[in-house]
Every structure is written in structure tokens, then in C-alpha cells.
Design a protein around this ligand. Structure first.
Ligand SMILES: [Zn+2]
Length: 87
């Protein structure tokens, strides 16, 4: 993944990331511009969740997952077995 260097505006390469919150990642990047590299211009940017590309599909997936997780363990196992039989 490459992002824009805040100093020169050229591409910077992400070399590490850390989860800051559930929706935000801190990405550690280093600029590929030789002038920036001379001064070791590494920086941290934040990448945050914005929105779903297909909200209906995401909502359906989240709802089904939530409902499945609310079932008693025996019902989850029975449902998993039934769904496996259909494949
Ligand atoms: Zn740069």
C-alpha cells in the first residue's frame, strides 16, 4: 500500500500498521523520494473506515452474524450442520 507523503506529495510506502481503534489504523510510512529519504521522512497516518460500498450486503452479513451469535451453542451447531449439508 502506498500513500501520499505530507512533505513532498510523492508516494510513500507503508511498512507497518497498528490498530488504533476498531475503525482506525495507524500506518507507518516512508517516502520514496530521495530528498525525503535523506532526512529520513517517516511518518504516521491514520486510515479510518468510511462507509460500506454495498450497505445492504454488509447489513445483511452483520445481522446474520449477530443473530447466529445469539443462538445457544447447541442451536448454532445444529444450524452449522444443516447448512453444511446443503453445500
Ligand atoms: Zn516525501
Amino acid at each position: 500500500m502506498r500513500i501520499k507523503c505530507p512533505c513532498c506529495g510523492k508516494k510513500a510506502t507503508v511498512y507497518s500498521r497498528a490498530l488504533t481503534t476498531d475503525d482506525v489504523n495507524s500506518v507507518y510510512a516512508r517516502c520514496v523520494n530521495t530528498e525525503c529519504q535523506r532526512f529520513d521522512h517517516s511518518f504516521v497516518s491514520h486510515v479510518a473506515f468510511s462507509h460500506w460500498i454495498d450497505p445492504k450486503a454488509a447489513a445483511m452479513q452483520m445481522t446474520l452474524t449477530h443473530l447466529f451469535d445469539q443462538l445457544p451453542a447447541s442451536d448454532r451447531m445444529a444450524m452449522a450442520a444443516e447448512l453444511s449439508a446443503r453445500v
